[in-house]
Design a protein around this ligand. Structure first.
Ligand code: FES
Length: 360
C-alpha cells in the first residue's frame, strides 16, 4: 500500500485552557506549560508540515489563545503556505488581538459553543462569564470578517439547545456549524453517566439536522457527528488511521489521533528528535493500523472496510480492550449488544454531576 501525504495537521499548541469542559478530548494527564514546544520549534514543524504536503493547519489546544506567541505562530504558518484555522473558545481574544491575527493572515475561526445561554454555557464550560465574553468575541469576528464555523458539542444536558445553536450560527453569520454529539474519549469517558444522550435524543438530533439542512441549503453547512454508542455503524475515525492527518501534542509528540496515547504498546515519536516526514511515513504508531493488514474478522472480510476502516481504534481499545478489534459501535462486533445496553444504562442516569477537566 502506498501512503499518501497528510492533508491536515492539528497543532495542539497547549493543554492550558480557562475552561474545564467535562467532555474535553485532551488526555487525563495534561502537558504542563514547561513541556510545551517553544515558538521556534513550532515554526519549524509548520515548515516541515508544508514540505510534507499538509494543506490545512488547525491550531487548537487546550485554548490556543493561551499561547502568547499565537500571532507569531499564525504568521509563520501562513509564510509556509498553510491554510490556518484557529479553534478557540474565544476566551483570551481581544478585539486588538483578533486584528493582529487578521494581519498575520489567519484564514478561519472555529468557535466552540458549550450552550446557547449563559446558564448552560458557563456551567458546562466551568467558567463564569464565559458565554458573554464569547458573544463579544463572535461580534468582533463578524466585524473583522473572518469566515466562521461554530462548534457545538451536544450531550444529554444541552441536547435540547440544538435548534437554538443552529439559529445562533445563522445570526453570527457563520458559514458552517459542526454539531457533534459527545464522543467518549479523554474527560468525557469520566462523565458517561452524566453526558450520555438517550437513544430518543440521538434520533431527534439527527432529524433536526436533516430538516435544518434542507431548510438552510446554500445558507449554512451543517456537519454532524452522531451519537455513536446509539449507532449500528462505526465512524470513519480520522478518515482512516495514518491516512489523512496527524496531531502534534503540546510537547511535540506526534499522534495519529488525539486519543492515540490511550492505546498501550504503541511507540510515539517526537518532533524534537525525528523529522515529521519520517514520523508520518515510517513511524511505528502511524503504521500500526494503516491499510487493512492488521484487521481481524469480522472487519477483514467486510465490504465496508474500505469505507469505515473498522471504525475507531481508540474506541476498540477502550471498549473491547483490543485496538485491532472491530469498533464495538459496529453491529457486527461481538461487543455491540453489550455496548448498547450500557449506553441505555448511562443514558437513564439521573445524576447530572460532572467531573470537570482540571487545568494543566
Ligand atoms: Fe483514535 Fe478514533 S479517536 S482512532
Amino acid at each position: 500500500m502506498t501512503t499518501s501525504p497528510p492533508y491536515a495537521m492539528l497543532a495542539e499548541l497547549t493543554h492550558r485552557c480557562p475552561l474545564s469542559c467535562p467532555y474535553c478530548s485532551n488526555p487525563l494527564e495534561l502537558a504542563r506549560k514547561e513541556a510545551e514546544l517553544p515558538t521556534e520549534t513550532w515554526v519549524d514543524v509548520f515548515a516541515q508540515a508544508a514540505d510534507l504536503g499538509v494543506l490545512q493547519l488547525h491550531l487548537s489546544g487546550g485554548e490556543p489563545a493561551s499561547r502568547r506567541d499565537l500571532v507569531e505562530l499564525v504568521a509563520a504558518a501562513r509564510a509556509s503556505g498553510l491554510y490556518t484555522n484557529l479553534i478557540t473558545s474565544g476566551i483570551g481574544l481581544s478585539e486588538r488581538r483578533l486584528g493582529e491575527l487578521d494581519e498575520a493572515g489567519l484564514d478561519h475561526v472555529q468557535l466552540s459553543l458549550q450552550g446557547t445561554d449563559a446558564a448552560m454555557a458557563d456551567r458546562i464550560g466551568g467558567y463564569r462569564g464565559g458565554f458573554d465574553r464569547k458573544m463579544q468575541v463572535a461580534e468582533w469576528i463578524g466585524k473583522i470578517g473572518f469566515p466562521l464555523t461554530l462548534n457545538a458539542v451536544l450531550h444529554r444536558q444541552n441536547m435540547h439547545q440544538l435548534p437554538g445553536a443552529i439559529d445562533m450560527a445563522l445570526k453570527m453569520g457563520a458559514r458552517r456549524i459542526e454539531v457533534a454529539i459527545v464522543q467518549f474519549h479523554g474527560w468525557a469517558m469520566q462523565n458517561r453517566d452524566a453526558l450520555m444522550p438517550t437513544a430518543e435524543q440521538a434520533q431527534e438530533a439527527q432529524q433536526i439536522v436533516k430538516d435544518a439542512r434542507t431548510r438552510l441549503k446554500g445558507q449554512l453547512v451543517i456537519d454532524f457527528v452522531p451519537a455513536d454508542y446509539h449507532s449500528d455503524f462505526p465512524k470513519r475515525c480520522m478518515g482512516g488511521w495514518g491516512r489523512m492527518g496527524l496531531n502534534v501534542a503540546p510537547d511535540g509528540v506526534v499522534l495519529p489521533c488525539h486519543a492515540a496515547q490511550t492505546i498501550t504498546g504503541l511507540r510515539f515519536d517526537n518532533v524534537r528528535d525525528t523529522p515529521l516526514g519520517d514520523i508520518w511515513y515510517k513511524g511505528d504508531a502511524f503504521n500500526a493500523y494503516r491499510g487493512d493488514d492488521w484487521m481481524q474478522e469480522p472487519c477483514r472480510s467486510c465490504d465496508m472496510k474500505t469505507q469505515d476502516f473498522g471504525g475507531c481504534r481508540c474506541q476498540a481499545m477502550a471498549l473491547a480492550g483490543d485496538p485491532a478489534a472491530t469498533d464495538p459501535v459496529c453491529i457486527k462486533s461481538p461487543h455491540h449488544a453489550k455496548l448498547q445496553e450500557r449506553a441505555a444504562e448511562f443514558a437513564a442516569g439521573t445524576d447530572d454531576n460532572l467531573t470537570f477537566r482540571v487545568s494543566a
